[in-house]
Design a protein around this ligand. Structure first.
Ligand code: ZN
Length: 82
């Protein structure tokens, strides 16, 4: 079994980059990575075990999109400019 060490580069999900990127291990909890640093944007965060967190933003976006669609009334006559 692989032993993690500080400074090792592992894949993890970066919230800022919003994708899987290379991360350096900056802190260990037992033999598991506790904190990692994204090697693309250099932000530190807890190790997420490569899991993408559910995005509330995406849900909100979907809601807004639905609202916009609801506002469009196909029965309304097109406005004419004088
Ligand atoms: Zn990043």
């Amino acid at each position: 079994m692989a032993q993690f060490r500080l400074g090792d580069v592992i894949d993890d999900w970066c919230i800022k980059c919003r994708r899987l990127t290379n991360h350096s291990i900056v802190s260990l909890l037992g033999d598991q990575p506790a904190k990692v640093r994204c090697r693309t944007c250099y932000s530190d965060h807890d190790y997420r075990h490569e899991q993408q967190p559910p995005s509330k933003k995406d849900l909100k976006k979907a809601d807004l999109f639905g609202e916009v669609l609801a506002k469009i009334d196909p029965a309304a006559p097109p406005k004419k400019h004088p």
